[in-house]
Design a protein around this ligand. Structure first.
Ligand SMILES: *Cc1c(COP(=O)(O)O)cnc(C)c1O
Length: 459
């Protein structure tokens, strides 16, 4: 008999989970104004809000923490960290920052000027924010296929070379760089193929435009290249990552994802002038160049985390769990964005709560229902997140209305995945009885989803 799949690690330290009753959850959700961001974490049983900074560190990482060098300048921790980044990505210049958006802030302060155009395969919201706040424009050049939630293709995060070339031609001389995001978070953690990375970079370079890789989930992307793209099955994750970065000019990284740490980020490049330029912004925003907003112990943990998470077994265990949850949803017929990506499942709320009108926010309603059912916290990526049109002030109902369930790295077991799937099935089975959604009672003028106050209708 063939032995079944199992995790590539065992557990040495545990954190108890708290269960609750439906009655308690009804009360807590009401107190949180039906916004799961306002719940206390201890009111949550299984937390799928985000995979950012929520992973578990290894014994090697915790022991590296004890060796942290907290010297203000020139700490050994920095040099250990720098050595790993240089070896994994092939970049000479490395600047640590406190997280991914800080790396964007530092690099873009140097690179982005008013009126610039920055194409990308669906910029992450902070990336877009750091472009737009400098009065420049972010243009999405993701392939159209990414919009079809039921279409199964291996590299749904790819760049459309036609769309990209159009932007490069129309904005000649005004494109400081292109942002290539791996995996493509915004369209569901979908990977970008090596072929597409290479062709995208060749096209940009033909027009004299450098490429910055937004790298939060570069290791998961490497795993998908190894398992899905012809010619890469026999290469190691480290070899694949090294090839990916051989084509681009720089990287910004949120280490809270594939760096396997709770806080951290960095910039790396071979362009000396970019390094010199970014340095000037690192010092006032993040701190001296050898710590950039991080403790020495954080840098040590990150150095080990990057090395660990570029090993095949670690990634196989992770992706296997995400795919396991997806297979349970297939079994129950619950519609989600296909194929499942690297870090999360996106449930198509419009297709589940068909009786809840758009104006009553189906995905937010489903988020509340799942919490009430079993204390599981997901996150609405839908009409509330989409905010209002800045001119008409109307709600934007044009996009998708999804419930996102992020899977933290090395935190939950497959039994927890079974609980998530069963809770979703219970809600799904009574979907036709759910006819009313939520109404907004109060909202902030921008980024309203974090603090919005909602009322459940028909209750
Ligand atoms: C999380 C993320 C960021 C921002 O990083 P933070 O560490 O949250 O500041 C940028 N880009 C992508 C693709 C991300 O997933």
């Amino acid at each position: 008999m063939e032995l079944p799949f199992a995790e590539s690690w065992k557990i040495k330290m545990i954190e108890p989970l708290k269960k609750s009753t439906r009655e308690q959850r009804e009360q807590w959700l009401k107190e949180a104004h039906n916004n799961v961001f306002m719940l206390k974490a201890e009111q949550v049983y299984i937390d799928c809000l985000t995979d950012s900074g929520t992973g578990a560190m290894s014994d090697r990482q915790w022991s590296a923490m004890m060796l942290g060098d907290e010297s203000y300048a020139g700490a050994t921790s920095f040099y250990k960290f720098q050595e790993v980044v240089q070896r994994l990505f092939g970049f000479k210049y490395v600047i640590p920052t406190h997280q991914g958006r800080a790396a964007e802030n530092v690099l873009f302060s140097y690179l982005v000027k008013e009126g610039n155009v920055v194409p990308g395969n669906a910029h992450f919201d902070t990336t877009k924010g750091h472009i737009e706040s400098r009065h420049a424009k972010a243009i999405d050049v993701t392939i159209d296929e990414a919009k079809d939630t039921q279409l199964e293709i291996p590299f749904k995060g790819n760049v459309s070379l036609e769309k990209l070339e159009k932007v490069l031609v129309e904005n000649k001389g005004n494109v400081p760089f292109m942002v290539l995001t791996v995996t493509n978070n915004t369209v569901g953690g979908q990977p970008v193929s090596m072929k597409n990375i290479k062709e995208t970079c060749e096209l940009c370079h033909k027009y004299g435009v450098p490429v910055v890789m937004d790298s939060a989930r570069f290791a998961e992307n490497s795993y998908f290249i190894k398992t899905r793209e012809e010619g890469y099955a026999d290469k190691t994750i480290k070899e694949i990552a090294r090839e990916m970065y051989s084509y681009v000019d720089a990287m910004t990284m949120s280490a809270k994802k594939d760096g396997l740490v709770n806080m951290g980020g960095f910039i790396a490049t071979n362009r000396e002038e970019w390094y010199e330029g970014a340095k000037l912004f690192c010092i006032p925003f993040e701190g001296f160049l050898t710590y950039g907003g991080l403790n020495g112990r954080d840098l040590n943990a990150l150095a080990v985390g990057l090395d660990e998470n570029t090993e095949f077994e670690m990634l196989e265990t992770r992706i296997h769990q995400v795919q396991y949850l997806a297979s349970k949803l297939d079994e129950y017929g619950i519609p989600y964005q296909r194929p499942v990506g690297g870090h999360a499942l996106f449930i198509d709320a419009d297709k589940v709560l068909c009786n809840v009108p758009k104006e009553e926010f189906p995905a937010q309603t489903l988020t509340c229902e799942l919490y009430l059912e079993a204390g599981i916290r997901g996150c609405e990526i839908g009409y509330i997140l989409a905010d209002r049109d800045p001119v008409t002030r109307e709600n934007r109902f044009g996009g998708l209305d999804l419930l996102r369930l992020c899977i933290a790295r090395r935190v939950y077991t497959d039994n927890h995945m079974n609980v998530i799937a069963a809770a979703l099935k219970n809600v799904y089975d009574r979907r036709n009885e759910i006819t009313r959604g939520v109404a907004i009672e109060w909202e902030a003028p921008l980024m309203r989803h974090f603090t919005v106050k909602l009322r459940r209708l028909g209750k």
